[in-house]
Design a protein around this ligand. Structure first.
Ligand SMILES: Cc1ncc(COP(=O)(O)O)c(C=O)c1O
Length: 398
């Protein structure tokens, strides 16, 4: 038992992976982004569940994250999204990760350190995000130099879009055109680019033409569709498969204390909320020390008995006070839903992000990495996956 905890629903994770697979169609791969401990969802358990669902490529940001996946017996390809620095190159190679190559110098370093066999790499092309990657104008000839190195095996070529909003569609078009030019030039030079990939969640949900050889989703797998970024016709029917995706992470707590506050009294630190009338309030043991942003002060709700309880006063390090005036019979020990569903009411990562002036990525990373995490529905969904597998095998034998 925990006072305040995060639940990761294995069944929802499986459902979201299947929805993305249905949306992109057979013959395309998924490179599942599991950096930052799978956006706070737990990279090892996400990796295992996704592997059972047939996902065989993962992406991390740090060598350590890749090693943790290997320790969890994840055998699929693990793409390291950062080019390895000198001091971590040997470990990266030993762990069997596929590093990103962002310059010819990166590739040389890797090739020099791999004194036997070859290291599989993915070459990133900068088509307009201007973060990592070979600049698209010179990329084709640089890919040729990389391909000629003795211990380098180009397993993939990819780009990353800077667009994250519905208004960014022209930048995605432009980046895609630049990327396709590079890939064509690489092929024309007689080099196999391997897996060609570009789309993260936003492009995946809105631009079917960006799906290419594989998609690279993170957030959409963990939280479903962004309500502010409605999917469009341009997804060529892929849209319908994605509508039913839901949030995988929920955050719960218990009422720690109940009190009546008289009219005119201030609630919690400082003087940010003064009771306008006698008020019943409840204290909930969560705060910014556990990843629950102080920006929720006087500015977000929790759910108790299926109803919204607004936060009154500031969010403390480990306690927050909510107004329960309109919720009858609230008692110490009652369950509080901080993110997730309670009856017909729902608080999503998207709502919390909007309330606190950030993006849902930060909400789930902070909560997931700040609180004890419990995996739920893991056995049920694993059993179902196994029986589905048996049914497929049986029908294949008939
Ligand atoms: C290179 C790369 N690809 C894919 C993703 C996944 O993005 P999203 O979570 O928006 O799907 C990220 C995340 O930051 C990334 O850096």
């Amino acid at each position: 038992m925990h006072k305040t905890w995060v639940e990761i629903d294995a069944e929802s994770l499986r459902h979201n992976i299947r929805s993305i697979r249905a949306a992109i169609g057979n013959g395309r791969g998924i490179v599942l982004i599991v950096k930052s401990d799978a956006y706070g969802h737990g990279a090892q358990s996400v990796g295992k569940i996704a592997s059972e669902e047939g996902v065989d490529r993962f992406a991390v940001a740090a060598v350590k994250e890749g090693i943790e996946l290997r320790e969890a017996d994840i055998t699929g390809e693990i793409l390291l999204l950062h080019p390895p620095l000198d001091f971590e190159t040997d470990t990266c190679i030993q762990a069997g990760l596929s590093p990103t190559v962002s310059s010819v110098a990166n590739a040389r370093l890797i090739s020099d350190r791999a004194d036997f066999g070859s290291v599989g790499v993915h070459v990133e092309i900068n088509t307009g995000i201007n973060r990592l990657g070979l600049d698209w104008q010179a990329a084709a000839s640089e890919v040729q130099q990389i391909a000629s190195l003795p211990h380098i095996d180009i397993r993939g070529v990819f780009t990353h879009f800077r667009g994250i909003d519905p208004s960014d569609s022209s930048s995605i078009d432009q980046q895609l055109q630049r990327f396709e030019k590079v890939v064509q030039a690489v092929r024309d030079a007689g080099i196999d680019p391997g897996l060609v990939h570009a789309a993260s969640s936003h492009a995946l949900s809105r631009f079917a033409q960006s799906h290419l050889g594989a998609v690279r989703p993170g957030m959409i797998i963990y939280a479903g569709l962004d309500p502010k970024s409605p999917i469009t016709e341009s997804t060529n029917g892929a849209a319908s498969h994605m509508q039913s995706m839901t949030g995988v992470m929920s955050v719960y707590s218990h009422v720690l204390h109940c009190r009546r506050v008289e009219a005119g009294e201030w609630i919690h630190y400082g003087e940010t909320f003064q009771a306008p009338r006698p008020m019943d309030v409840a204290v909930v043991p969560i705060g910014y020390g556990m990843g629950y942003s102080r920006h929720f002060s006087n500015n977000a709700d929790m759910l108790i008995h299926g109803r919204r309880a607004p936060i009154v006063g500031v969010v403390g390090m480990d306690m927050t006070v909510v107004d329960v005036a309109t919720i009858p019979d609230v008692a110490v020990g009652d369950r509080v839903t901080i993110m997730g569903r309670d009856g017909s009411k729902h608080i999503s990562a998207f709502e919390l992000a909007e309330r606190s002036g950030t993006i849902p990525y930060e909400v789930v990373c902070r909560l997931g990495n700040g609180l004890p995490r419990v995996l739920v529905n893991a056995n049920e969904s694993a059993a179902r996956a196994q029986s589905a597998q048996v049914a497929v095998t049986e029908s294949a034998h008939r």
